[in-house]
Design a protein around this ligand. Structure first.
Ligand code: FAD
Length: 402
């Protein structure tokens, strides 16, 4: 079976040299693979039952640098580029998705806002803590009525002397119950011909007026937590405005989300590989009428469809990650990869349950958990419908521009 370890290469012709060379990266990938498969996979049921990542796994992830794999080395991270990030995500995706979620916001949607748009002072203040895992950062964009269309967000930030005062409600915020830092998108003026009027602020979770709601009860991904976050007269200094500009917020959100789409696509490939492996192992041994079910051609056909999806997804992820790193496509390719891979893993997980028969419908069977866990991938960081709008709309606009 072809998988991420056998074909990994980060060599490119026109991309900037990665901070981590191929030899070091191979070592990081091998260690991560061993951690995922030998340490986390055997504890998946415990994580599901307790709805928590055990402290020893959290600490091991910190020590391995997994809270900061995508943070530049200058700020204490491992400094992986997006091609390497995608290879790592295909490994992380092999186990419960809640593992990746624990450090996903630090490396991804929240951390990348600081990496790409923060001032040097803001980076110095926060990034080392984020990279080490001492700081958990959450990305607070979504609001009731402003999910797929974040430009409609209503959280407000009003200037008061040297400070900003923030009021508003956010929902479904990953890692909010654990967060030390909220990366909060807020409107400083109504949208006008100059832009969306959306800025982004760094708000420590212990700032008076920040209230984190109770943990959401979700369909899956036990061990990963989300909740509402309310901001009531939350006062932050001018230095909390990311990039020192009221105009970077919307762009920062869009860039972080686009980058994150390649990562989510890679995670989907990892989880699809796991569902496939579980399916093949089950089909090879479970019997009906004395025959292993894997001898039935209709079962083989399901496995063939799974394998085809996994391989196509992996190739697409690598292509999209390369296009990002080479800066040839940072808009359409991430959406294509996310759309295809998240839909693909949904189908692969569904087939995995089918191959397992009634057993696949039972709790404590990995494919049952995978089936529920992957449903989220088509919803967050842009639904499949939003990806289609970005792809189709983007191509038509390109043609209209000539
Ligand atoms: C577990 C979880 C974790 C999350 N983590 C975070 C987080 O850390 N930070 C954060 O900010 N957000 C987070 N989110 C929010 C997530 O990004 C949004 O839920 C998602 O973008 C969809 O927005 P919505 O829920 O408001 O649904 P809606 O936007 O209301 O979508 C409902 C349906 O309408 C469709 N739709 C909407 N607009 C259009 C359109 N223009 N054209 C066609 N169809 C459309 C959608 O595709 C969907 O099918 C999380 C969500 C969940 C469930």
């Amino acid at each position: 079976m072809v998988d991420a370890m056998t074909t990994s290469s980060t060599a490119t012709t026109s991309a900037p040299a990665p901070e981590v060379d191929d030899d070091d990266f191979r070592e990081i990938l091998a260690q991560t693979r061993a951690f995922v498969r030998n340490v986390v996979v055997p504890r998946e049921q415990e994580i599901a039952d307790t709805n928590a990542i055990p402290d020893d796994i959290r600490n091991a992830a910190k020590e391995m640098g997994l809270f900061g794999y995508a943070i530049p080395q200058a700020w204490g991270g491992l400094g992986l580029n997006l091609q390497q990030d995608a290879e790592l995500a295909m490994e992380l995706g092999y186990t419960t998705l809640s593992l990746r979620s624990m450090f996903g916001t630090n490396n991804g949607i929240a951390g990348q806002v600081l990496v790409n748009f923060g001032t040097d002072e803001q980076k110095a203040q926060w990034l080392e803590g984020i990279a080490s895992g001492e700081v958990v950062a959450s990305f607070a964009l979504t609001e009731p009525g402003a999910g797929s269309n974040p430009s409609g967000l209503r959280t407000k930030a009003v200037r008061d002397g040297d400070d900003w005062v923030i009021n508003g409600e956010k929902r479904f915020i990953t890692n909010a119950p654990l967060a030390n830092l909220f990366v909060v998108f807020a409107r400083t003026r109504p949208a006008d011909e100059n832009g969306t009027g959306i800025a982004v602020f760094l708000v420590p979770a212990d700032t008076p007026g920040v209230q984190v709601g109770t943990k959401d009860r979700k369909m899956g991904q036990e061990g990963a937590w989300t909740s509402d976050v309310a901001f009531t007269d939350v006062r932050v200094p001018a230095s909390a405005l990311v990039g020192g500009s009221e105009d970077v917020g919307y762009k920062a959100a869009m860039v972080s989300l686009a980058r994150g789409r390649v990562h989510i696509a890679a995670l989907s490939v990892g989880q699809a590989q796991r569902a496939l492996d579980e399916s093949v192992a089950y089909a090879a041994t479970a019997t009906q009428g004395g025959n292993p079910i894997g001898n039935f051609q209709l079962v083989q056909a399901m496995i063939a469809d799974q394998q085809t999806g996994v391989m196509a997804g992996r190739a697409l992820v690598r292509d999209a990650a390369r296009a990002w790193v080479e800066d040839t496509d940072r808009r359409i390719a991430p959406s294509v990869a996310k759309l295809y891979c998240t839909e693909m893993v949904g189908k692969v997980a569904d087939l995995a349950v089918q191959i397992h028969g009634g057993t696949g419908y039972m709790r404590e069977v990995p494919v049952e958990r995978i089936y529920r866990d992957v449903r989220l991938l088509r919803l967050y960081e842009g639904t499949s419908e939003i990806q289609r709008l970005i792809i189709g709309g983007g191509l038509v606009k390109q043609a209209q521009r000539g």
